[in-house]
Ligand binder design. Structure first.
Ligand code: KG4
Ligand code: ZN
Length: 340
């Protein structure tokens, strides 16, 4: 079954064609660099660029897969959550094509898409259930118990900022640009991970929730102290930015390993740990979670390619494959606050 999917929940216009939930025939993403100078995504700019870019992305996608829309079995689209006007661009395009070519349309939840990103370019039997899934992006930091491909239970989530957001804000406070994750990670490579003691929140010994506001505030205080001295730019003997990025990245890794350790103790039958979402592109955190999985004797899975960690349409097509029963000929409305 070949599914053509659109994903436009934030600032990337993504279109993909995936066969049987895992074989990626084409995955195209048009990124919007226009937001970088604003230090974050501007919804009006995102929506305008989606409207300009989706046809080109679609044509490129069909070209790579060497297929015509008439040979597609179903369309899929991210229904939510996300930025309202961005979601509207994707759902409008998908509804239009579904009506025009008389194809069923499958609405998909963005986070369920991230869960299914571990199937891409792999055998569908790769994931051994039950699995723990840590989904960490710019808008979410959630922990799920994934029981079968189509059944899950939320175990915890962030009480304030998402981890990706904390990466982005740290980069912004340091004047490093957007998106912050890859930049903070690059700087961290040359820093001392023990240079600064940042707080690891204690939300109760059994809690599987997360909090990043304390870490963010501590980073802010360190930067403000430094600003007074007008020495934010590192020199040869001043590794402040690199050290802070390294300490921050390590603290986030520690927060995750502590929570996963607690979750594994509470759910001893778990066979796999999946790490998905934009922040799963981070090498240091990935290594920490991989080591923990090895020590716990469970399988560790991150999306096969880095491009499947961050937002992409292939994961939406995969998720739609497992939710074929949701296919509709009715108009699919965007829902910015859609619940999983
Ligand atoms: O999943 P995603 O592409 O979009 C959302 O659904 O939000 O995640 C984007 C987030 C951004 O906050 C970005 O800074 C973060 O993922 N990110 C990273 C890395 N690459 C992207 N965070 C840490 N390290 C990275 N290498
Ligand atoms: Zn995402």
């Amino acid at each position: 079954m070949k599914i053509l999917a659109f994903e436009t929940s934030c600032d990337d216009t993504a279109v993909a064609i995936v066969e049987d939930g895992c074989r990626v025939l084409a995955s195209v993403r048009v990124s919007q660099v226009e937001h970088n100078e604003w230090g974050g995504v501007v919804p009006e700019i995102a929506a305008r660029l989606h409207a300009e870019n989706w046809r080109g992305a679609l044509e490129q996608c069909l070209g790579v897969a060497e297929i015509s829309i008439t040979a597609i079995d179903a369309l899929a689209v991210t229904q939510g959550p996300g930025l309202q006007t961005s979601l509207l661009s994707g759902t409008t395009a998908a509804n239009f094509l579904a009506q025009l070519y008389q194809k069923p349309l499958i609405p998909v939840h963005h986070i369920y898409g991230h869960l299914c990103s571990v199937f891409l370019d792999r055998d569908l039997n790769t994931v051994q259930f039950p699995a723990l899934v840590l989904t960490v992006s710019g808008g979410h930091t959630d922990l799920y118990l994934w029981k079968t491909a189509t059944e899950w239970e939320k175990l915890g989530g962030t009480l304030d900022d998402a981890a990706g957001e904390a990466f982005d804000k740290t980069a912004k406070m340091l004047g490093l640009g957007y998106p912050g994750g890859p930049i903070v990670s690059k700087n961290a490579e040359n820093g001392d991970r023990n240079a600064y003691q940042l707080p690891v929140p204690n939300l109760g010994k059994d809690s599987l929730d997360f909090s990043f506001s304390g870490v963010k505030a501590a980073v802010y205080r360190l930067i403000e102290t430094r600003k007074d001295k007008s020495r934010l730019v590192p020199t040869e003997d001043d590794n402040f930015i690199n050290d802070l990025c390294a300490s921050f990245e390590s603290t986030v890794a520690t927060i995750f390993t502590k929570k996963i350790t607690t979750a594994l103790a509470q759910h001893p039958g778990v066979k796999t740990l999946c790490f998905v979402g934009g922040v799963s592109a981070n090498t240091h955190i990935r290594k920490a979670l991989e080591t923990l999985s090895q020590q716990s004797g469970i399988q560790f899975l991150r999306p096969e390619k880095l491009e499947y960690c961050t937002d992409n349409a292939a994961m939406i097509a995969s998720a739609a494959y497992f939710q074929k029963d949701r296919a509709t000929s009715a108009y699919v409305e965007a829902d910015p606050r859609l619940k999983l």
